[in-house]
Design a binder for this molecule. Structure first.
Ligand SMILES: *Cc1c(COP(=O)(O)O)cnc(C)c1O
Length: 377
């Protein structure tokens, strides 16, 4: 038997199931709420840890044609997955020395400052059929993009912008997950003014994009021509006022040992937790080395046979202990406990670890046994 066959027989590790049909449903849900805008997909960070190689081809098969990654390495892998017909934008832009990679693989940089636009233009002038590019305007996040203050000077350089092949102008919202935050309207209005100023510099027109997943939920005046959801496609809630759609990632792990605890027995490192009364505990093959964050220990839970099983004590590198007293009949070695999924919400686990669903998803580790439900393409 091959090594891969043997690995498939290892049961004492966590299992991460990716439901591609659910991702396809979420794409349709974003189409329905995007007020006619095209829905592109942000698939950076290996599709938020879920596997770009399976997620992106499925979204492509569902008709998605515009994709966003963080850097050119991700862009190359994506080009390999999707072939020539996908539009691939690279958010982090392009640094000196990367030009040939962008040209040879038709990756479109998201140009973030004026020197970068100038350098890209020189690259493009020498190439046949160079790919188009996007222009990132920073409307208030002060992270990446041409500062709104510099936009009027840029708008005066129509020749430069056309030679750069700018077909998309985008900006990014800092507070889209807080619909009441005043910066949302400020960014929207700043972006509107800059688009107007750029329209004479780019007489052939361009498309505009402002919204990530949470931005879509802010309404039509944030959706514009193209939206760029990530987390929402992967079944995460983009903010407190935007509930999650279909669950894409399910994380389960097998019980290795079940034990009886007497009143006062300590559990785990630091003896930080003690049994209150007689309890039944299960020690499970999942730990922070799998991306199940240690900080989630005291408040997190799993679900066994439909019953919540609170985490006892600290999460260790390879193990977590849960209280299975209320699910005694199902508690036996090999039984799977769900830690993320339809019964154990991603957002609950993130909150228990005082972090975001984004960080939890992108951190799920390579030690998980990854399974894919639904066709990739
Ligand atoms: C990551 C990212 C997105 C996607 O954000 P979600 O909140 O996951 O929908 C969109 N635009 C930019 C610029 C990003 O960096």
């Amino acid at each position: 038997m091959s090594l891969a066959d043997d690995i498939a027989h290892v049961l004492t590790r966590p299992r991460l199931t990716i439901d591609l049909d659910a991702a396809a449903r979420n794409l349709r849900a974003y189409r329905a709420r995007s007020h006619g805008a095209e829905v592109g997909a942000t698939v950076k960070a290996d599709a938020y840890g879920l596997g770009m190689d399976v997620v992106a081809p499925r979204l492509f098969a569902e008709g998605c044609r515009t994709f966003f990654v963080a850097n050119a390495e991700e862009g190359l892998r994506l080009r390999q997955c999707l072939g020539p017909d996908a539009m691939i934008y690279v958010y982090n832009g392009i640094l000196q020395g990367e030009a040939s990679v962008f040209l040879h693989h038709a990756l479109s940089p998201v140009l973030n400052d004026i020197a970068q636009i100038e350098a890209w233009t020189r690259t493009r002038d020498l190439a046949d059929a160079p790919p188009p590019a996007a222009l990132h305007i920073d409307t208030g996040m002060n992270r990446l993009g041409v500062s709104a203050r510099d936009a009027p000077a840029l708008a005066a350089r129509g020749d430069l912008l056309s030679r750069a092949g700018i077909t998309l102008v985008m900006s990014h919202l800092a507070c889209a997950d807080e619909p009441e935050h005043s910066l949302n309207a400020v960014q929207r209005d700043t972006f509107t003014a800059i688009r107007k100023a750029l329209s004479s510099a780019l007489p052939n027109g361009f498309r505009a994009s402002l919204a990530n997943s949470a931005g879509v939920h802010l309404g039509a005046d944030f959706c514009l021509d193209l939206v760029r959801p990530g987390i929402g496609l992967y079944g995460g809630s983009p903010g407190p006022d935007a509930p999650a759609d279909a669950v894409v990632a399910t994380l389960e792990a097998p019980i290795l040992q079940v034990r009886q605890l007497e009143d006062g027995d300590p559990v785990g490192y630091g003896a930080s937790c003690r049994a209150v009364g007689r309890r039944l505990s299960a020690t499970v093959a999942l730990g922070y080395a799998d991306g199940f964050l240690r900080a989630g220990g005291p408040h997190g839970y799993g679900v066994l046979a439909g019953v919540k099983t609170p985490i006892l004590g600290r999460i260790s590198m390879d193990l977590v202990t849960v209280d299975v007293t209320d699910a005694t009949d199902a508690a036996r070695p090999g039984a799977l406990i769900e830690f993320l999924g339809a019964q154990a919400a991603l957002e609950d686990a993130a909150q228990a670890a005082q972090t975001l669903n984004y960080e939890l998803l992108t951190g799920l580790g390579p030690r998980c046994d990854r399974r894919v439900l639904g066709a990739a393409a």
